[in-house]
Design a protein around this ligand. Sequence first.
Ligand code: ATP
Ligand code: MG
Length: 414
Amino acid sequence: MQEDVNVTRSKVRSLAEVSSLINSSLEIQVVLANAMKCVQTLLDAEASAIFELDHSRGELFFRTALGDAAEKLKDVRIKMGAGIAGWVAQTGEAVIVSDAHQDSRFYQRVDSLTGFQTRSILCVPMASKGRIVGVLEVLNRKGDELFTEDDLEMLAILGNLIAVALDNARLYTRLSEQFALTEEELKATQARLIRSERLAALGKLSAGVAHEVRNPVMVIGGFARRLHKQFGDVEAVRKGAEVILSETERLERMVSDIEAFCKLRQPVKAPVVVSDLIDRMVDGIADTLAAQGIRINRSSGPQPSELEADGELLEIAVRNIVTNAMEAMPGGGALELHVDSRVEDLVLTVKDHGCGISPQDLPNVFDPFFTSKTRGSGLGLTVAHRIVSEHGGEILIDSEVGKGTEVKVVLPFH
Ligand SMILES: Nc1ncnc2c1ncn2[C@@H]1O[C@H](COP(=O)(O)OP(=O)(O)OP(=O)(O)O)[C@@H](O)[C@H]1O
Ligand SMILES: [Mg+2]
């Protein structure tokens, strides 16, 4: 009695171990290899095989095997109903065959193909979610012993464990195939995104140009016509000429900004030390900073901040962001610049304590010509965004009206 209890305990333990081993991977081949090792050890068999059911062709095909003849089983396909395995797949019943050659269902062909000498067979269906997905077979108990009903029960449990693990692995493979993009595909997708973004920006730009040019042109036209009529009135001519001049200047500024935007070249990458880039940029605006009473507080993380990039273009992007921060603080104050290298990217943060951006305006700030300033062309952030996108990075803005704005430029190292 005590012996029976011990045997049962050890079987339960073995099954628990098998279950965790079979389910320890989602790779189909690993699941199968682990499964076969467990089966053969637990049942003390000379050989074992898993056949999967091809429902569409009504055939079993070999999945994996252990034993001397395993290699030769690779191309074997068995019709439903043929041989012991075919019978088990068709009826869904488990079977013990103590002497294969005395059983009329035994399929001699597989032995002659592999050269294996089958004596006894244990074969069980493998089912997952109520459906037979294949059969699990063990051949020839080692030594002279025969397979028992207990062995059959054990194999049946194993068969179903393997079927479920296989189902999971197959589902995982299908999902990862669907979601896996090679590095090349990722690069192509990124290039496509950049291209479409550029096109969208170009569309918005053209619409913006038409809209922006219209007003000054109409004003200039109106005043020119009036001038033409009132040529004798010197004062009226002077006023008209002034308006025409200022509108013309506005147009000229806009045209040169647009030209600069259109001429932005593709990045030419080389190693860039970000702190040097900031030094250059700050030097370039030193006079304006002093005139406006703005102090720059710089800080950086412990890691060196170097990356492959187009330094000149990045400087333009950073300058545009810093200029906005300065313009948001007309009364002067402190402006913070922080550089931090993370595992995969570098983050440059520009933080001001200026007027902030309202939640309604925030989604539009990257649009060409979006500006809240009388003398702004609204292209500063459009340019910065384009440069940073072409480096595979992004600009994130967090702002609160009356408190200030934090702009993060995130640039990937690769
Ligand atoms: N740091 C900031 N603080 C407050 N508002 C900002 C800030 N940065 C951007 N903005 C808002 O976003 C708008 C668009 O910025 P952008 O740099 O593109 O154009 P601009 O500064 O108006 O003109 P330009 O840069 O072409 O001279 C600004 O007009 C402003 O309303
Ligand atoms: Mg700007």
